[in-house]
Design a binder for this molecule. Sequence first.
Ligand code: SF4
Length: 229
Amino acid sequence: MSQRDLRTVAELAGAELEGAHPTEVLRWAGETFGDRFAITSSMGDAVLTSLAAEAVPGIRVIFLDTGYHFPQTLQTRDRVATELDVEVISVRPHLTVAEQNVKYGQSLYGRDPDLCCSMRKVEPLNRVLRGYDAWGSGIRRDESPSRANTPVVGWDSRRGMVKVNPLAGWTQSDVDAYAAERGVIVNPLVEMGFPSIGCAPCTQRVAQGEDARAGRWVGSDKTECGLHV
Ligand code: SF4
């Protein structure tokens, strides 16, 4: 499909699938794009991945292996790869953490998190997505004000591809209920007060009542790593 056709498909589906169950959205994406559709997961939980494994068995799940993850996150990734009907693809940055430290100095995340995210998350994701027409993520409208207008299916103009957000309309309660009911794999850090889990140096516990993403890049005005804008 040309980019123009893909964009038309995204706009029509965004309207038609608004309010649909995530399984229906994922099934539509699998049927429409075949193996040119993959999802991403930060391995905070396997809710989206479990839904996708049922709707599109064998689907590829892209994990951005930044080199800065908590051990629990890597263990969650390994469980997902072993226990679910998916193919997990771990994508690494061009530079190891040690090489980045030599080139840019220690703790770049503390001095220039946008540059660090750009090299360790955005470039690897852009690189791997070149082989696809559509990608899916687990972002939700209730996570933060910056995600409040997330469409269920939209157009990723920066990458020229369709973006599928099956959980956009779900709340944290919906996710928790689904995870409990289905016994979904959840990163142990969630129970420890980390509802949104990224790289260890940039993720803190959140207080009760705060946005799920309030623990990310605490002390800076950064709210997104650059993957979803
Ligand atoms: S979240 Fe922090 S450590 Fe991870 S890539 Fe971004 S700035 Fe670097």
